[in-house]
Ligand binder design. Structure first.
Ligand SMILES: Cc1ncc(C[n+]2csc(CCOP(=O)(O)OP(=O)(O)O)c2C)c(N)n1
Ligand SMILES: [Mg+2]
Length: 362
């Protein structure tokens, strides 16, 4: 695969109508292509369900992934079990494909502390809300792997807005100098809340920033799941084999609001949304290819939808049934031994809880 410095065009395998791009062979095994499709349908269905759960007041907030399923599924499937994934509030789908139990996502948006406790062997860190802060952490894990001689890699996922933070530049610089096995995956979805890509950077692309750090840069069509998988597979293999970090810029679009607290109609042109939604949808694009290749039909679609709906319902039940922990757990997971001031606050919260419970019952 050519890097950005060699090619000015984003990597694309499927055109928007699902036909193979000119001069491209699709040699991925059918089972892999079907897996990509199943995961994208799961991602879209789960996302819709989590949006309505938030509207019903069962989640505190939610950051939808709709529109970005292809790059997240491509990334998740390209990761090996012993690779690590660090992402944001919007990257739950990639983490689930990489092995995170799906109920962790609604638990997270309930604000439940169990969401941040990964089962052993699941190499995923809890979703990061502070923009760009997971990027130096990913480089640190990758550096540790390199010092230990491990043959695995780390992916740091973030949005184009994160590239305006110092943490991104420090991490990319360090990764270049120390040749750490890391892949920087920037999902350029056009917007950072209400800030458009054009106000984020005067650079011609995000991927081109790689040149300044002496690392590889690739731009990929992030709504093309096969291209996304190939770009991530290539970048991760480079990292694992010691060839160095890659900055992958995936061109995609957030179809929904930034989070459930946002109203994008106040800042985003309707025509722009309509163009992405109606002509570049990542799920429909792969389905069109699979149908033409004789790998998909309405009966298979109906059976998949039934399976996915059942799985989503079961996952949501598990997450919602998890009892609410008492408020003082907020003091439990930062210090081994609480400093006296926090210990006093913990007691206060506990006593307040008891007083309220007494009022309710007494
Ligand atoms: C350090 C920091 N500054 C500001 C915010 C508020 N904030 C939350 S999301 C966001 C926009 C991020 O945009 P982008 O990186 O493009 O990711 P996207 O939400 O589009 O996936 C901002 C400014 C924050 N969470 N952390
Ligand atoms: Mg963005």
């Amino acid at each position: 695969m050519t890097t950005l410095l060699e090619s000015k065009l984003p990597v694309r395998v499927l055109d928007v109508d699902g036909t193979p791009a000119v001069n491209v062979e699709i040699d991925e095994p059918p089972e892999l292509l079907l897996d990509m499709y199943r995961w994208m349908v799961f991602g879209r269905t789960f996302d819709n369900r989590l949006m309505s759960l938030q509207r019903q007041g069962r989640l505190s907030t939610y950051a939808p992934v709709a529109g970005q399923e292809a790059i997240q599924v491509g990334c998740g499937l390209a990761l090996n079990d012993d690779d690590w994934a660090l992402g944001t509030y919007r990257d739950g789908l990639a983490c689930i494909v990489h092995g995170m139990p799906a109920e962790q996502l609604p638990l997270y948006f309930r604000g439940h502390p169990l969401a941040c406790r990964m089962p052993p062997g699941v190499n995923v860190l809890p979703e990061q809300i502070c923009i760009a802060e997971q990027i130096p952490q990913a480089v640190g894990i990758a550096w540790g792997m390199r010092l230990r001689g491990a043959k695995s890699a780390v992916v740091a996922m973030f949005g184009e807005g994160a590239t305006s933070e110092g943490a991104f530049h420090e991490a990319a610089n360090f990764a270049g100098v120390f040749n750490t096995p890391v892949v920087f995956l920037c999902q350029n979805n056009g917007w950072a809340i209400s800030t458009p890509r054009s106000r984020q950077t005067a650079s011609e692309s995000i991927a081109i920033k790689a040149a300044a750090y002496g690392i590889a840069g690739i731009q990929v069509d992030g709504n093309d799941v096969i291209a996304s998988y190939r770009a991530m597979h290539h970048a991760l293999e480079r990292a694992r084999s010691g060839e160095g970090p890659t900055l992958v810029e995936a061109l995609t679009y957030r179809l929904g609001p930034h989070t459930t607290s946002d109203d994008p109609t106040r800042y985003r042109p309707n025509e722009e949304l309509a163009a992405w939604r109606d002509t570049r949808d990542p799920v429909g694009r792969l389905r069109a290819y699979l149908e033409r290749a004789g790998l998909w039909d309405d009966a298979r679609q109906a059976s998949l939808e039934e399976d996915v709906n059942n799985r989503v319902a079961q996952t949501v039940r598990t997450a919602i049934d998890e009892p609410e922990p008492p408020p003082e757990v907020m003091f439990d997971y930062t210090y081994a031994v609480l400093p006296p001031a926090l210990e006093a606050q913990r007691r206060e919260v506990q006593e307040d809880g008891r007083r309220k419970a007494g009022k309710l019952h007494g």
